[in-house]
Ligand binder design. Structure first.
Ligand code: GCO
Ligand code: MG
Length: 399
């Protein structure tokens, strides 16, 4: 556990001849649960096992626990899986993507998070991200009548950069407000203004963050069609995967879902019925490289592509795992990329590059990440929670 710019949980596995593998086990707002799951229930089972038996270890951890699936379990299994892949690639003395089939592309298209409380601030943020090299941009803005909206930098001092995922360091989650009708009235005009300012070509993404009903999501998808989005993300809560049928009937706006999913079973209907266009899971939350690769192979049969989750609450280890997978699979779509802070980069010495809008995992053996214990130990865990929403009448709503 370390908390340079935010809390991160990292698993290190060391083989008897000293080869080290790293795995990301960070579950934003519930980090301590995964630390306990690993320390108290998984690590004792790993000591003495053959580190080369990745698949057997994955199946052993998934089936021997009896209780299956869920974000805590799958983050713990993911950390073990990624650490063992890191070890195997280090033994093989090659970058991890080579073990996954080698490169299927020259670089990994990334998208960045632009935001603004109003159009001038939003336009500045988009330009800043273009200056940073981003060729695809997520657009989030404030909404008149709502005080705090997801994805928008709270103050312009950060230059409109939504710097870190909003796990506020506080003993309790912050309450935010929401009004879906105000949001639906406002967003289409924002995208019309962005298209008028930046032209028709720039790939634009938007995150609905689970807040609409299916018919509201259908309306927004239809209203945004003239602006040709790359994707509309988490347009409606998707525990009920069939809800996407109604959205799909009304709009051709591409849909991305899955950052809160944690196994292939969460995707079965939306993939088989082609109700989505992009799989949003992170390696860290879905059981690791072994599991997410299977989900993406299943998705490929339905012409669905990857859109791996890459906010700052995915650690550089989880990010590196994503990049090796992004480089190797055929049905790559896009990679989310929020740059980590300087302190985080001190703890996790990473070797991936971001050049002219494209990421690359690098050519180091394994994942290409080194964890500096001495620096990490300087940053104690601090309780931090994602906010939650209430509607005007006080009803709790999806954040
Ligand atoms: C995204 C996600 C994040 C989540 C965060 C939760 O699209 O990157 O929606 O912004 O809110 O990862 O921990
Ligand atoms: Mg999202």
């Amino acid at each position: 556990m370390t908390s340079p710019d935010r809390n991160f949980v990292t698993l290190r596995i060391t083989t008897e001849d000293g080869v080290v593998g790293l795995g990301d086990a960070t579950l934003n707002g519930r980090e301590l649960s995964v630390v306990s799951y690993l320390r108290d229930h998984v690590v004792p089972l790993l000591v003495g096992r053959d580190a080369h038996r990745i698949e057997d270890t994955w199946q052993f951890l998934y089936r021997s626990a009896y209780w299956r699936r869920g974000p805590v379990t799958m983050a713990a299994i993911a950390a073990v899986d990624v650490a063992l892949w890191d070890i195997k690639a280090r033994y093989a003395r090659m970058p991890l993507y080579q073990l996954l089939g080698g490169a299927s592309r020259n670089g990994i298209m990334a998208y960045g998070h632009a935001s603004g409380r109003d159009l001038p601030e939003l336009f500045d943020s988009i330009r800043r991200h273009q200056d940073l090299g981003f060729r695809s941009i997520r657009v989030q803005t404030s909404v008149p009548g709502i005080d705090a909206v997801y994805g928008v930098a709270a103050q312009p001092s950060s230059g409109g950069r939504y710097d870190y995922e909003p796990a506020q360091r506080a003993p309790l989650p912050a309450e935010e407000d929401w009004d879906t009708r105000a949001y639906l009235r406002h967003i289409p005009a924002v995208f019309e203004a962005v298209r008028n300012e930046f032209g028709p070509e720039l790939p634009l993404l938007h995150d609905g963050h689970h807040r609409m009903t299916p018919i509201q999501a259908a309306r927004l998808g239809k209203d945004l069609e003239p602006y040709d989005l790359f994707w509309l993300e988490d347009c409606t809560p998707a525990e009920n995967q069939e809800a996407l049928r109604l959205v799909r009937q009304h709009t051709t706006t591409p849909l991305a879902i899955g950052e809160v999913f944690n196994t292939v079973w969460d995707y079965q209907t939306v993939i088989r019925e082609q109700l989505i266009d992009y799989v949003r899971s992170a390696v860290t939350h879905t059981g690791g490289i072994s599991a997410l690769r299977r989900i993406l192979d299943f998705a490929a049969q339905y012409q669905i592509k990857s859109g791996i989750h890459g906010p700052t609450d995915i650690s550089p280890v989880g990010m590196a795992a994503a990049l090796h997978l992004d480089l190797a699979i055929h049905n790559f779509g896009i990679q989310e990329y929020m740059q980590h802070g300087a302190r985080t980069d001190e703890v996790f010495r990473q070797s991936f590059t971001f050049t002219d809008g494209f990421l690359h995992p690098g050519e180091q053996d394994g994942l290409g990440v080194v964890y500096d214990d001495e620096v990490a130990d300087r940053f104690e865990y601090q309780p931090a929670y994602l906010p939650f929403n209430r509607l005007k009448d006080g009803t709790v709503h999806d954040w």
